[in-house]
Design a protein around this ligand. Structure first.
Ligand code: GDD
Ligand code: MN
Length: 383
């Protein structure tokens, strides 16, 4: 009897967890969104490319090479590097621009590292371009990214645009699976109104729409996009803007970066909870969905795992061990990209694990705005 109760509980919990996802799927089927929702037209605004750096001496020159190779009139481009390093990064940056006519360089050197958010606030305040693009040093962007972004911002209703992870450097299938699902979700959100998540490798903002971000922010890009939506302009995802970024597949290695990013997003949702219900479909559909995905459903997923295990153990030692072994095997295979067609599902599970841990850590008072830079992830950018 008890066993049935557990089974019914597990099925009920699974259905409850999945309900909002089904609703989103339904909305997707109805809307069939495609590409950016902006009315794109060719535009050539002046651009500030903001590049934050913390001890990037190993890869900063290759990043600058990429920026000066972008397909855009370089006399319209300014590069704003905001640096908090204690290595040779700032010297390398200065040397790189020494004999260059265009783009011009604005180099902001911080006396001490205070975190990415304060550094970006400074850089945004110094930026003079009509369009401000932020890109992480450890990322690669497509040659026409500036043009595509400018075309989106030419729509007066749009104040911010982010791009799509087109290639996971290092080849992580877990990350690929997650990014593909995420791209579908973000396309739908953008067509409904605006999307929540903005990606560090590429974000473009209308300079006039930029407002300061919280100094302890660990989700600077998404926070700025959300605040721009708060200010009345849309923040959209355009899959035509492509970037590449490195990621791990291994379960433990993924936790470090992913848990932090998850913490940033969960805290952002919490701090901006007054936006729920307002701001058109953004507050009525997009934010509630993200609340479900990031705040509520991770606890349900973990409870579900617990329920399955306890249910199995109650049925006997053997069924209990089978459930446990099944779970461990899934994680083992999943983090080696060996789950075949189930890989995207595992990727979503992996994200839920991070979001659960993020919730716990935030409740425990964590959430510092500085972190250790992952050197291993930077190996693929070496030229
Ligand atoms: N100036 C400055 N000061 N730059 C920093 C600092 C800092 O204290 N910390 C990190 N950076 C720079 C790095 O040099 C890199 O160019 C970029 O910020 C991203 O840092 P990563 O260490 O690579 O972090 P990530 O890949 O996990 O970053 C992602 O998550 C962050 C939020 O947790 C990105 O999407 C970031 O944009 C995002 O803020
Ligand atoms: Mn990074």
């Amino acid at each position: 009897m008890r066993r049935r109760g557990y089974l019914a509980g597990a099925v009920g919990l699974l259905s409850l967890t999945g309900l909002p996802y089904l609703a989103y799927l339904g909305a997707y089927a109805l809307k069939r969104p495609h590409g950016s929702p902006a009315t794109k037209r060719p535009a050539e605004p002046t651009v500030s490319v903001v590049l934050p750096t913390y001890n990037e001496q190993r890869i900063v020159e290759s990043k600058l090479e990429e920026i000066v190779a972008l397909e855009y009139p370089l006399e319209k481009v300014e590069v704003v590097v905001v640096d908090s390093s204690d290595d040779r990064t700032p010297e390398l940056v200065e040397a790189f621009f020494r004999d260059l006519q265009a783009p011009t360089l604005t180099l902001i050197c911080e006396d001490e590292r205070r975190g990415l958010a304060p550094a970006l606030n400074e850089a945004y305040a110094a930026a003079s371009g009509e369009m401000v693009v932020k890109t992480d040093c450890d990322s690669r962007i497509d040659g026409n990214a500036l043009r595509e972004a400018a075309a989106n911002l030419a729509d007066p209703a749009v104040g911010a645009v982010t791009g799509r992870n087109a290639e996971v450097l290092g080849g992580s299938g877990v990350e690929r699976g997650y990014r593909d699902v995420q791209a579908l979700v973000q396309t739908l959100e953008s067509h409904l109104d605006s999307t929540l998540i903005f990606h560090g490798p590429f974000c473009a903002f209308e300079r006039e729409a930029i407002v300061p971000i919280d100094e302890d922010s660990i989700a600077d890009d998404s926070e700025l996009a959300l605040k721009i939506r708060k200010g009345g302009k849309r923040a959209v995802f355009d899959p035509a803007i492509e970037y590449k970024e490195a990621a791990h597949s291994g379960f433990a290695k993924r936790r470090k970066q992913k848990d932090r990013r998850a913490m940033g997003l969960v805290r952002l949702l919490w701090r901006q909870r007054d936006m729920l219900g307002g701001y058109g479909a953004y507050g009525r559909a997009v934010l509630p969905f993200n609340w479900w995905f990031m705040v509520v459903s991770p606890w349900l997923v973990v409870s579900l795992c617990g329920l399955l295990l306890v249910g199995g153990l109650l049925a006997g030692l053997l069924p209990g061990l089978v459930v446990l072994a099944g779970g461990l095997l899934t994680v083992l295979l999943g983090s080696r990209d060996a789950l075949g067609p189930l890989q995207p599902l595992y990727a979503v599970f992996d994200t839920q694990v991070s979001l659960f841990r993020a919730g716990l850590r935030l409740l425990g008072g964590e959430g510092d705005g500085t972190w250790e830079v992952d050197l291993e992830l930077r190996e693929v950018y070496d030229d």
